[in-house]
Design a protein around this ligand. Structure first.
Ligand code: UDX
Length: 514
């Protein structure tokens, strides 16, 4: 099968490589000529595991690159659309790139061609696309439009494509269903997995690939609803973390307990400074806008986004409560990418925190194993310096902030880190360390939704002030002349004595309510 993939961004490039990998001929088309020239030379514009290997394997063989859609589209059986659908000012998805491509390819559809929507789009976009293609000169009998959303996570996009939990094939006619089945047959039949040169499976627990045949509208909804649900899970757990913090419980223990219920599941229950990236923030807003257009007030999604925004600001507030005014204070920042194992800083919570630090006059020294170049492009140049490693970022700092969950940070030499910092204060926005381990290493350690234990290492100093084992964060901070770090007054959650009318006779007592 010959497949043209229009758009060589994250989704487009990974899809092009993986579709070639499972045996199809692919032409990857992008209007950015420099990008196409670079890809043709084997240069890769994204930081993604296995992309270099697959490009080397298929470039110039099963995969070609082009800036000219005409010859590619007219020769192809299938055209994947993988162009951007960024967030517009109103929160809705901006579909201008999709529209522009549809208008461009409409006159090129001269033989039975399946147009597959891979970009994340609002429900009913396939329907609108069919109408647009016909209005722009495509004969209705020569093409079909289907939805085949991607669920690729950055950092594991290639294996997510090749070893998917499910493949959603949203088709409204037999031709679309047949073609989609053929595209993915190497995966659904298991033929790809029997190949000796197949990319190895990332987990031993992989079951059979589940093919979900749905209508195009259902497929479009599956994508938006899935991403919005995952974002909801994160904001939910971050809200529970606030409660845990207020009462002195531990969110890790709470999540372990919640996650062992298979109806809840243990994934996406990591508390922290919130979600970011190119998908969740925009998809939550776009899905809320879709619902609104349909007359549904999805206010829960507005709250999901709001909790996510607040989560970063609460983190900076906590820091300020600990250190007092940040102006002129040196703060070490570990992590700028929106998550570990990527150089992507789009909608990164870390970037939002750094901006807030800068706004308060802090002097930031940041390190990220992969994202510093991209961060430099979007962050102000004043008040921020970049360090070649975590220790340099921490050197002389009043506090170190861990903002991205890179594994390297979890393996830092704590003694060395302690020795270079001006004050051993760590604010961990990704809960990478066990609080007791950090206390034993002599750090004043704050994380998200977990108690901050008293320092247990005997010999340590804070701004020259000796800290004894057992000192609490509040005592040490007070000694150092910093603003109080005292834990917030814990609410007393004792049951109020029941008044006569509080409960109707015969109603179950609160303690046994389920
Ligand atoms: C996401 C979806 O997972 C993927 O299916 C979709 O197609 C594209 O969007 P991605 O944006 O690459 O993928 O990242 P993901 O791993 O899902 O993480 C998103 C954000 O949530 C990150 O900022 C991450 O740090 C945060 N996160 C994730 C949490 O804060 N807690 C968690 O428990 C999980």
């Amino acid at each position: 099968m010959l497949i043209t993939v229009i758009g060589s961004g994250y989704v487009g490039l990974v899809s092009s490589l993986c579709v070639a990998e499972i045996g199809h001929q692919v032409i990857a088309v992008d209007s950015d000529r420099e990008k196409i020239a670079a890809l043709t030379r084997g240069e890769i514009p994204i930081y993604e595991s296995l992309v270099p290997e697959l490009l080397q394997r298929h470039n110039g063989k099963r995969l070609r690159f082009s800036s000219f859609p005409r010859s590619a589209v007219t020769a192809s059986d299938v055209v994947f659309l993988a162009v951007g659908t960024p967030q517009s000012g109103s929160g809705e998805a901006d579909l201008s790139q999709i529209e522009a491509v549809a208008k461009e390819i409409a006159p090129m559809l001269h033989r039975s061609t399946l147009v597959v929507e891979k970009s994340t789009v609002p429900v009913c976009t396939c329907e609108a696309m069919r109408e647009l293609l016909v209005r722009r000169g495509a004969h209705p009998g020569w093409f079909s439009v289907a939805s085949n959303p991607e669920f690729l996570r950055e950092a594991s996009a290639v294996t997510d494509f090749l070893y998917p939990d499910r493949i959603v094939e949203g088709a409204d006619d037999d031709f679309s269903r047949f073609m989609l089945r053929e595209i993915y047959r190497p995966l659904s039949s298991g033929a790809y997995y029997r190949r000796e040169d197949a990319v190895p499976c990332p987990s031993r627990t992989r079951g059979r690939v589940r093919l979900l045949m749905t209508s195009a509208k259902s497929a479009e909804l599956i994508k938006h609803a899935s991403n919005a649900f995952l974002a909801t899970k994160i904001s939910y757990v971050n809200t529970v973390a606030r409660v845990a913090e207020a009462v002195g419980a531990n969110i890790d223990e709470v999540c372990a307990g919640m996650g062992s219920d298979p109806r809840i599941g243990s994934e996406f229950l990591r508390a922290g400074i919130g979600y970011g990236g190119s998908c969740f923030p925009k998809d939550v807003a776009a899905f809320e806008a879709v619902a609104r257009r349909c007359g549904v007030d999805f206010q829960m999604l507005r709250q999901v986004a709001q909790v996510n925004e607040e989560q970063r600001m609460r983190f900076v507030d906590k820091l300020q409560r600990a250190l007092g005014p940040l102006a002129g204070k040196r703060i070490g920042v570990l992590g700028l990418a929106f998550k570990e194992d990527t150089d992507d800083v789009r909608e990164s919570p870390s970037i939002a925190v750094v901006r807030e630090l800068v706004r308060h006059g802090a002097l930031v020294c940041a390190h990220d194993p992969a994202a510093m170049a991209r961060a430099r492009e979007i962050l102000p140049s004043q008040q921020i310096t970049y360090a070649h490693d975590a220790y340099q970022a921490a050197c002389g700092s009043a506090a170190v902030l861990i903002l991205t969950g890179w594994k390297q940070f979890a393996k830092l030499d704590l003694q060395k880190l302690h020795s270079v910092m001006k004050a051993p204060v760590i604010f961990d926005g990704r809960n990478l360390f066990a609080p007791e381990e950090m206390a034993a290493a002599g750090f004043l350690y704050h994380s998200v939704g977990r108690p901050s234990p008293a320092v247990t290492r005997p010999a340590t100093t804070l701004s020259g002030i000796p800290i004894a084992a057992g000192h609490s964060v509040a005592q040490i901070a007070a000694a150092a002349g910093q603003a109080s770090l005292a834990a917030p007054t814990r609410p007393h959650l004792l049951l109020q004595p029941r008044t006569q009318n509080a409960q109707s006779p015969g109603a179950p007592q609160r303690a046994t309510d389920r």
